[in-house]
Design a protein around this ligand. Structure first.
Ligand SMILES: C[S@@+](CC[C@H](N)C(=O)[O-])C[C@H]1O[C@@H](n2cnc3c(N)ncnc32)[C@H](O)[C@@H]1O
Length: 444
């Protein structure tokens, strides 16, 4: 995914300074030295990071051999990183997420600290990248005086802060710096931290966004919000929907039912989920059910999937049982996080994720994403590898997903072609197994 340089560095020095001040203010760490102390991190943070890392990467245990998981990888500290036997069951169901884990951990304060230091910034960066992609393609909200956003399963407000970073560092998408966020979260302690952190972070980048925390467990069998609740311009969830137990057709209906009443016309729903196969395919299946919902006469053609697919075509990845679809961004990690990664044996120079953006709008794609004009579009859904003078990659577009080759005319053009790039009016010859791009109208 192409993000502006200023956004790729938005989570480095200044961010780290704000985060450190916040941790000290909230007494989440004993002193500023512990922030980067091997001893403190190894004792108080790394064991939780390792556990959570397994929880979020449950696919290794979920997918192929649920009864005989692969040998647990070892962290640099030498400790095996796999979940304990008792945790394995939880991981395997793929449903429990961080609840009741927030409470059950032997040291909930350090568990929260570990999530806050090691996972929250990554999810903020992912959400920020989605906002940047909207900006890159020319999306703009109609004029609004004051912005209203809602984040579901907000945890420490990672998503809301990601939107702020995206708006601050990407071209304006019409979200003003005055507004309000509603944060919905079932765990009180993480919600309290989320409220305070969002406030501190918003202020640090000059945003006048207020926060209303709502401590509640989302019950999908009832309307998610009271009738008197307002409509929001942005409906956001990050690493949340994969924890919902509802069958996907029902989840799609419930989401759109709620968007009917609580998403503004011309508003957006941004759904960010893990990049792993199971969760990513789940999101792709949810997309298919949403599209079915959108075509129901009662929805009056008011909704459309905008990103990453740029249309309602059948999903190219779902066509194969073993395929899935994800994005990836490169970022400058905060320095302390490099240390955490080193100690926990993680490599997070890049951040993979899956996402979906839905617009509640009857406008055409050309009106919503003017940077694409009327062009036919194919998106690169893999990196581009050199094959002699050619580049080889997978693209996904109106005719599904296909392997394709293209010979760029210059080094600059070659550099433009990367995961997430959009080929405009590509002249494709061949079939899904091997196509050649004979000519291009442009690259976005
Ligand atoms: C993996 S965390 C993600 C947190 C945050 N959105 C982020 O991206 O860092 C999932 C969050 O959803 C919350 N959650 C899960 N199910 C929920 C429900 N039914 N109602 C409210 N919150 C829920 C969990 O407590 C947890 O904080």
């Amino acid at each position: 995914m192409k993000i502006p340089v200023s956004l790729s560095t938005a989570f480095s020095e200044e961010y780290e300074k704000t985060l450190l001040e916040f941790l000290l203010e909230q007494e989440m760490i004993p002193d500023d030295l512990s922030f980067t102390s091997d001893r403190f991190l190894t004792r108080s943070v790394i064991p939780h990071v390792e556990r959570m890392s397994m929880l979020f990467n449950r696919i290794e245990f979920d997918e192929n051999q649920p009864s005989t998981p692969a040998p647990a990888p070892r962290a640099k500290s030498g400790r095996p990183m796999g979940p304990k036997k008792s945790e394995f069951k939880k991981v395997k169901t793929g449903r429990d997420g961080l609840d009741p884990y927030w409470k059950e951990s032997s040291n909930p304060e350090n568990f929260l600290l570990a999530y806050f230091m090691a996972f929250m910034p990554c999810n903020s960066a992912r959400v920020a990248a989605v906002i940047a992609e909207l900006a890159r393609l020319g999306f703009k909200f109609p004029e609004m005086k004051s912005f209203r956003g809602i984040e579901w399963g907000a945890g420490p407000a990672s998503g809301a802060c990601g939107v702020a970073a995206g708006v601050a560092h990407a071209e304006a998408i019409g979200i003003p710096k005055t507004g309000n966020w509603a944060l919905i979260e079932q765990d009180k302690s993480v919600l309290q931290i989320g409220e305070k952190w969002a406030d501190a972070y918003f202020r640090s980048i000059g945003f006048d966004w207020s926060i209303r925390p709502f401590h509640r467990k989302v019950d999908w069998t009832r309307p998610l919000l009271p009738a008197a609740a307002p409509k929001f311009h942005l409906w956001l969830s990050s690493y949340f929907l994969n924890e919902v137990e509802l069958p996907l057709p029902e989840l799609a209906t419930r989401l759109v039912d709620n968007w009917e009443f609580h998403l503004e016309d011309e508003g957006l729903a941004v759904l960010v989920e893990p990049a792993l196969k199971i969760q990513s395919r789940r999101l792709l299946e949810l997309r298919a059910h949403l599209i079915r919902e959108f075509t129901a006469p009662r929805r009056k053609g008011k909704y459309q999937v905008l990103l990453p697919c740029l249309g309602h075509q059948a999903c190219g990845a779902l066509a194969s049982e073993s395929d899935w679809c994800h994005e990836e961004i490169t970022w400058w990690r905060p320095k302390y996080m490099r240390k955490i990664d080193e100690l926990a044996g993680l490599d997070r120079k890049t951040l993979p994720f899956s996402y979906l953006v839905v617009a509640k709008s009857g406008r055409t794609r050309e009106e919503l994403l003017p940077a694409l004009g009327k062009s036919k579009t194919e998106r690169l859904v893999s990196p581009a590898h050199s094959e002699g003078k050619d580049l080889e990659f997978f693209v996904c577009g109106p005719d599904g997903k296909r392997r394709a080759r293209y010979r760029p005319g210059s080094d600059e053009e070659a550099e433009e072609i990367q995961r997430g790039s959009i080929l405009l009016d590509a002249d494709l010859r061949g079939d899904a197994r091997a196509s050649r791009v004979d000519s291009l109208g442009g690259i976005k």
